[in-house]
Design a protein around this ligand. Structure first.
Ligand SMILES: Nc1ncnc2c1ncn2[C@@H]1O[C@H](COP(=O)(O)OP(=O)(O)OP(=O)(O)O)[C@@H](O)[C@H]1O
Ligand SMILES: [Mg+2]
Length: 221
């Protein structure tokens, strides 16, 4: 169904216009919502392009729905149209952690909590795939939510779990170097978030892999 005719959707304004996705704020059935539309990127073959765009959107919707069912702090999925490449989800009232870390509203304590949330995500059998501070929303009461599951995977390998931490590490180094001990706080939270034995590799093994990746990046390019 074309975006213009989504029943009960009242758009209010564009929140984000990225390379692949446009996010519009609005309301759906009277609830505060956002509409995420994906556009084909244009440089691939059009058919392949459309298929990849649809696949990413479907993956995102499926993982959102699953995490929501587990009571995980993510937006709730309201509606999705694979053909037209859009999904509707609840709006997280708040700001990206990117902003709150930069103005000091969030701090190492928030990063420690983020570490624990990442561990629970991994224990739920999901890797995020793009864990930057733009994809963590901080609500007004300080609660953290993860968004943007377009590159997430179910049943990830150890490498994908380590890479989640590495992507965050790079982001913290590049954009939040004023926050002292940021990566250590994430690692601390991640290790503390380790719960009863699960099918997923233990937290210390993921940290070990992360450190290997960091070493690889630092010393071997
Ligand atoms: N459910 C939501 N509630 C509130 N804000 C949101 C929500 N979803 C997305 N946003 C806002 O829109 C921005 C972009 O959304 P998202 O991260 O899902 O897209 P993206 O895949 O990164 O897009 P692109 O790759 O094209 O930049 C987010 O950083 C956030 O500020
Ligand atoms: Mg994003």
């Amino acid at each position: 169904m074309a975006v213009e005719t989504i029943p009960m959707w009242i758009p209010q304004g564009i929140m984000h216009e990225g390379a692949e996705a446009t996010v519009t704020a609005g309301s759906w059935l009277g609830k505060s919502a956002v509409l995420k539309t994906r556009r084909a990127r244009g440089y691939r073959h059009p058919d392949l392009d459309r298929r990849l765009t649809r696949q990413r959107l479907t993956a995102e919707a499926r993982i959102l729905g699953r995490l929501q069912g587990l009571g995980f702090p993510v937006p709730s999925l309201m509606d999705v149209d694979q053909e037209a490449a859009w999904l509707l989800m609840s709006r997280i009232e708040g700001r990206p952690m990117y902003d709150s870390l930069r103005d000091g509203t969030s701090d190492v304590e928030s990063l420690e909590r983020l570490g624990s949330i990442i561990r629970s995500l991994h224990e739920a059998g999901v890797s995020h795939g793009d864990l930057t501070t733009h994809n963590v929303m901080v609500s007004e009461d300080g609660q953290l939510h993860l968004i943007d599951f377009g590159l997430a995977r179910q049943s990830p390998e150890l490498e994908h779990l380590g890479l989640d931490l590495q992507v965050l590490n790079e982001c913290l180094t590049a954009s939040h170097s004023v926050v002292g001990g940021a990566v250590d706080a994430v690692v601390r939270g991640y290790l503390e978030g380790d719960s009863a034995p699960s099918d997923v590799e233990p937290a210390n093994q993921v940290i070990e892999r992360f450190q290997k990746i960091t070493g690889r990046v630092r010393y071997h390019g």
